[in-house]
Design a protein around this ligand. Structure first.
Ligand SMILES: [Zn+2]
Length: 288
């Protein structure tokens, strides 16, 4: 945080320096854009092919073929979910929350894409529907579906609580789910767990101190966030122990609810019009 009383005196031209105009660092207009008209045609006629329930304070894995959709549903009560994505054929290619944030902003909605880490950097999934898109940004600067939080984890909790051991943080839930799904040792699986998309969570930064905050999620049963899988995906979703994250996480105090992941397939003849994303065009030589 910035000091309340800076030790360094402001220079004479401080006001002028602060008044410089911000420039969007990564204007997304030149990105390979999603063909939303095609996705709308594809999603008009979907058939459910799999259904996965994520138990409260736990995580579950699911698989989505390239060209299929998946929906994360709120069921029973307000609940936030922590989402990890890997390329099903190469678990080193996983979701890059930081670059996704730099490209699309702090909170995602329809038309935004979930990008994979370097050296892959290509769209893994595209958001095709968001029943909470009406929320926008609230008076606190909060919004839903952020890529600014990392995931609740037992290491940070142990530091903040002077050693308390809590085993159902999203990080641990995702680790157990990935190990169970793949047969990887828990330690190997843990190293593949990564920063998440915080589905349905309402978060922001305080205007005065720039601190990460959360507030009660506006999600209600019946809401869903829908994605189109651009590549074959292995996903893991944790139903955060924070429940709707209105008070605390990393404990068993909050009311928690399950989440549902539905995998859906479009009509095969329509799907034939879709092309998978190209490999990243950088040559990988790093000038060497
Ligand atoms: Zn969590």
């Amino acid at each position: 945080m910035k000091p309340e009383r800076p030790e360094t005196a402001a220079p004479e031209d401080a006001a002028a320096r602060r008044a410089r105009r911000p420039v969007i660092a990564y204007p997304p207009e030149t990105l390979p854009g999603p063909d939303m008209a095609l996705y709308r045609r594809l999603r008009a006629n979907l058939r459910t092919v799999a259904d996965v329930t994520v138990a409260p304070r736990d995580a579950a894995c699911f698989r989505v073929g390239a060209g299929q959709f998946f929906r994360i549903h709120s069921v029973e009560g307000p609940q936030v979910g922590d989402l990890n994505l890997w390329h099903a054929g190469d678990l080193f290619e996983r979701f890059f929350s930081g670059k996704t944030r730099a490209l699309h902003g702090t909170h995602l909605s329809t038309g935004d894409r979930l990008w994979s880490v370097l050296p892959y950097l290509r769209p893994m999934a595209t958001i095709t529907h968001d029943t909470l898109d009406w929320y926008g940004f609230d008076a606190d600067g909060g919004s839903v579906h952020d890529v600014i939080g990392t995931r609740c984890d037992p290491y940070t909790h142990a530091l903040l609580s002077h050693g308390d051991q809590y085993h159902h943080c999203c990080h641990s839930n995702l680790t157990r789910a990935l190990a169970d799904e793949t047969g990887l040792a828990r330690r190997e699986a843990e190293l593949l767990v990564h920063d998440v998309l915080n589905v349905f969570m309402c978060t922001g930064f305080t205007r005065d101190t720039g601190q990460y905050f959360m507030k009660a999620s506006p999600v209600r049963p019946g809401d869903y966030l829908e994605f189109f899988a651009e590549i074959d995906l292995l996903g893991a979703l944790s139903a955060c122990p924070g429940g709707d994250c209105s008070a605390e996480h990393s404990s068993d105090a909050a009311a928690c609810h399950p989440l549902r992941v539905e995998i859906l397939a479009p009509e095969p003849e329509l799907a034939a019009a879709w092309q998978p994303p190209a490999r990243n065009p950088y040559d990988g030589s790093h000038g060497a």
